[in-house]
Ligand binder design. Structure first.
Ligand SMILES: Cc1cc2nc3c(=O)[nH]c(=O)nc-3n(C[C@H](O)[C@H](O)[C@H](O)COP(=O)(O)OP(=O)(O)OC[C@H]3O[C@@H](n4cnc5c(N)ncnc54)[C@H](O)[C@@H]3O)c2cc1C
Length: 401
């Protein structure tokens, strides 16, 4: 009982049940007119503590070793590369990181791991980095969880950044969670907004919570670095300034750190995917309104004429009509194309979370009340089986294919 992180003080609890209603996780029950908290369900969110008029619930923070926050400086971003090419998420992180570093009066540093990457550091400096930490080794040519995480942990321990940002990509999510656990830093995943608290100078990390129905802002006041992954295509890319100067530090790591229990055998690209939708300027997306997997053909035809990527709602992915890599939304990809054409997609909040920042949204739906129309720039109410082929035909004519 003494070591439990949250306790009900028996003498104070009157069995009023207010805490039960306040708990979003259903972790509290009443037994013999006394609140009982199921620790497996409790997230220590504090809602019950706040609502209890009798101060009968207490969260007891475990004794932690105090971290000397002043020893941590600078804003770091992880510079993701694939086959030696810097990925666009890196430019987005540099753009956002630059703002944070300027507000804090700190340096913006990029961490680049790979093999024969020396030529690429200038790109990072031109996009806003003051310093690049480069670890160049054959073992780092391709992303591998163990050596990448071990190198990053080593760098974090030696240089002590105040903030560490990483893309919420497949690589970023896998990598940085390992780092956070090892350096005992905590991690806010999938942020869509970052800012600095003007008073405390803490990083304010904002992300959707409870199925996208609320935005939660999370702080890490007692631990460093403050670590976050950032959603792709939410932040603007840093612009290139060819005259920008910075320094590159070549970091050496031991052979032990570069060891991996897994080996890359070969890379097999997904044959279905034609355009990476996260990078596409135009996306034509299909949903449950398509009614059958073969009907994705009409979406693909329009996409082909427009040189667009093919997206989908989760309903279509869950039905097995199209692979997950096409899914747009909260649990799929966040996209930011110039034009997003939604065919037979209702526009639930989780789908909108992934595409609402598109410049132009065209919605095709037979239900005039479909929520997608509230977000759409242009709405076509009607049967997609008639409208989509019509658009394909007209675009073909206009684009003279
Ligand atoms: C935690 C969580 C995460 C989620 N993450 C995602 C996510 O990442 N992405 C996502 O998309 N969803 C996500 N969802 C699911 C989401 O809530 C919806 O269920 C999903 O987006 C619905 O897909 P849909 O619009 O294709 O299908 P529906 O909601 O069934 O809509 C189909 C639409 O097609 C229209 N239609 C039908 N026939 C025609 C026709 N002939 N012509 C024109 N229109 C027609 C209908 O009017 C309807 O509006 C998530 C849900 C949860 C709980």
């Amino acid at each position: 009982m003494e070591n439990e992180p949250i306790v009900v003080i028996k003498d104070k609890c009157v069995g009023c049940r207010l805490c039960i209603k306040s708990c979003p996780f259903g972790a509290i029950t009443m037994q013999d007119k006394l609140a009982v908290i199921e620790l497996a369900k409790c997230t220590l969110c504090g809602a019950c503590v706040e609502i209890c008029k009798f101060e009968a619930i207490e969260i007891r923070q475990p004794a932690t070793v105090a971290v000397d926050l002043s020893a941590y400086r600078d804003v770091w971003i992880f510079a993701e590369q694939k086959d030696g090419h810097i990925q666009s998420i890196t430019y987005e992180l540099l753009g956002e990181g630059r703002k944070l570093a300027d507000q804090l009066g700190m340096q913006l540093c990029a961490v680049l791991l790979g093999h024969q990457m020396t030529d690429r550091t200038a790109e990072l400096i031109q996009r806003g980095a003051d310093r690049v930490y480069l670890v160049d080794a054959p073992e780092l040519a391709y992303f591998q969880d163990e050596p990448y995480a071990a190198v990053l942990i080593d760098l974090v321990r030696r240089h002590k950044p105040a903030i560490m940002l990483c893309g919420a990509t497949t690589i970023g999510r896998s990598l940085v969670s390992r780092v956070a656990v090892t350096v005992k830093a905590g991690l806010t995943a999938d942020c869509t907004g970052l800012a600095i608290d003007p008073e405390t100078k803490n990083l304010l990390q904002t992300r959707p919570a409870f199925g996208g129905n609320i935005m939660a802002t999370i702080i890490t006041p007692r631990h460093r670095p403050q670590m976050a992954t950032v959603r792709h295509k939410v932040m603007k890319e840093a612009v290139v300034d060819a005259k920008r100067q910075g320094e590159t530090l070549i970091e050496k790591v031991t052979a032990e750190i570069l060891k991996s229990r897994a080996q890359r055998v070969r890379f097999v690209p997904e044959t279905e995917t034609t355009t990476n939708i996260a990078e596409a300027n135009i996306i034509v997306s299909g949903g449950r309104g398509l009614q059958a997997p073969e009907n994705f053909a009409i979406v693909r035809e329009l996409a082909e004429v427009l040189g667009a990527g093919v997206g989908s709602s989760r309903a279509a992915v869950d039905a097995g009509w199209i692979p997950y890599s096409h899914q747009v939304g909260q649990t799929g990809k966040t996209v930011c194309p110039k034009i997003y054409i939604a065919c037979g997609i209702s526009g639930q909040i989780q789908h909108l979370a992934g595409m609402s920042s598109a410049d132009i949204i065209v919605a095709i739906n037979k239900d005039p009340e479909a929520p997608i129309f509230r977000m759409a720039t242009y709405g076509l109410v009607g049967d997609l089986f008639k409208l989509v082929p019509l658009l394909t035909r007209e675009f073909k004519k206009v684009l003279k294919q």
